[in-house]
Write a protein that binds this ligand. Structure first.
Ligand SMILES: [Zn+2]
Length: 428
């Protein structure tokens, strides 16, 4: 299904936040003519708002009656073309979704004690007020969004469902399924789920090798990576709890399996900072290695092994296969032990398995630069691939990722054997 950037003024095709284009269907005749917004639940879900808020907004803007969405049929009286509704939706997004401070759409709504509607931004942590004079504001005050606790519970249940092997459904965008998620339940991470990655599904291994050749000729800046590591260490952790700006860090993981490095505070701060940079600069690939390194040092994360997992999940998006090579210098500087290697591979596994499941079939393309640029040793890659484990994703997903990696792993082993054959010959 066609998608558009949630902020349509952003033309960057790599903009992370996408939603389906609104689809409307005009039904009936004369006085009974009405517009059914076919995919409202999915769109609302991408915006992490209940569909009812969106349809009410349309109703207020158009001065038209709306229905309440029985059986997930969302209807506005009168004939309204999808393009017109899409324009109105821009207004809804500006007024009720985007953080007023940083324009990021990852916000949720809450009602303050003095009856103001507040957008809580997960990217920058700002709390900004919604204009109380808007008609929809009145409606929201009377029909407040569900509480965070409920959201978390929903997410946990979703995770459990996934762990039970239903992850295949994720990413399919049938109306039915979107409806279930979108029926009043606010699932803030969903826009990441729905990110419409056009994965190059060609997993022929010969092609991997060709791509590698291109990468190699592009050269790598590993040696050029030098930096003064004695950057001022601002290790003090901010009290203001960033609600995991980049929910990707926690999504899909096993909560009980938290790392021992003292919670998520500084990692979340890093992720929030990185998101902000990526947004300003127009893509994750544009954030400078040196700046990343400085930030990690500042937060006291430059030596932690978990940092490698976090980087694997934040530095890359659906173009991960092409993005790894250019980050080799930075990553190699940070990988200091086999625990670091393991964490990086785990982060990649989670990135692909949970955030971009469409990329699972392209695992060989992703592993190649990791190996080729010597970010992770051959042994560590083989060890990672040798069995599924539930540390970073659920076991079913881990199995899938590793099965998809098989052609590469086999090649790696065979290449190894070939090498030793040659050596033997040389010895003779
Ligand atoms: Zn913000």
């Amino acid at each position: 299904m066609a998608t558009v950037n949630i902020r349509r003024d952003v033309t960057d095709p790599f903009y992370r936040y996408k939603m389906e284009k609104l689809q409307s269907k005009i039904e009936g005749k004369g006085n009974g003519i009405k517009s059914v917004i076919v995919n409202l639940p999915s769109v609302a879900n991408s915006l992490a708002r209940p569909p009812i808020y969106v349809v009410k907004y349309f109703g207020f803007e158009l001065g038209a009656q709306t229905n309440t969405g029985d059986h997930d049929r969302w209807i506005i009286n009168g004939a309204h073309e999808a393009t017109k509704l899409q324009e109105l939706l821009d207004g809804f997004i500006t007024k009720f979704v985007l953080c007023k401070e940083c324009q990021n759409p990852e916000t949720d709504l809450s009602i303050s004690k003095d009856q103001n509607i507040i957008r809580n931004c997960k990217a920058c942590g700002q709390r900004t007020k919604v204009d109380p004079r808007l008609k929809l504001s009145g409606y929201i005050l009377k029909n407040p969004p569900q509480k965070d606790k409920k959201e978390k519970k929903d997410k946990k249940e979703k995770k459990k469902a996934k762990a039970n092997g239903e992850e295949n459904k994720e990413g399919s965008n049938s109306e039915e399924e979107a409806g279930k998620n979108g029926n009043g339940h606010v699932v803030p991470t969903s826009n990441l789920d729905q990110y419409n990655a056009e994965a190059g599904s060609d997993d022929e291994f010969t092609r991997v090798i060709n791509d590698a050749a291109k990468d190699i000729s592009a050269g790598d800046g590993a040696d050029a990576f030098t930096i003064d590591t004695s950057e001022k260490a601002m290790k003090e952790r901010q009290k203001n709890e960033l609600t995991s700006a980049v929910e990707k860090l926690t999504m899909g993981g096993n909560d009980e399996d938290e790392e021992e490095d003292g919670g998520n505070g500084p990692y979340d701060q890093f992720a929030a900072w990185f998101d902000e940079q990526a947004k300003e600069l127009g893509g994750v690939a544009k954030v400078d290695d040196i700046e990343i390194y400085k930030k990690l040092s500042e937060l006291g994360l430059d030596r932690k092994h978990k940092t490698l997992q976090v980087l694997a999940q934040t530095l890359f998006d659906e173009n991960v296969a092409k993005q790894i090579g250019p980050r080799a210098g930075l990553l190699k500087k940070l990988v200091a032990s086999d625990r670091h290697e393991k964490a990086f591979m785990g982060g990649i596994e989670r990135l692909v398995g949970k955030q971009y499941p469409k990329l699972i079939s392209t695992m060989p393309n992703i592993l190649l630069p990791i190996y080729d640029k010597e970010i992770i040793s051959e042994d560590a890659i083989l060890k990672w691939g040798s069995k599924a484990n539930k540390r970073y994703v659920d076991t079913a997903t881990s199995k899938k990722v590793k099965a998809a990696s098989e052609p590469f792993l086999t090649w790696l082993q065979e290449a190894d054997e070939d090498d030793s054959d040659e050596e033997e010959e040389d010895d003779e």
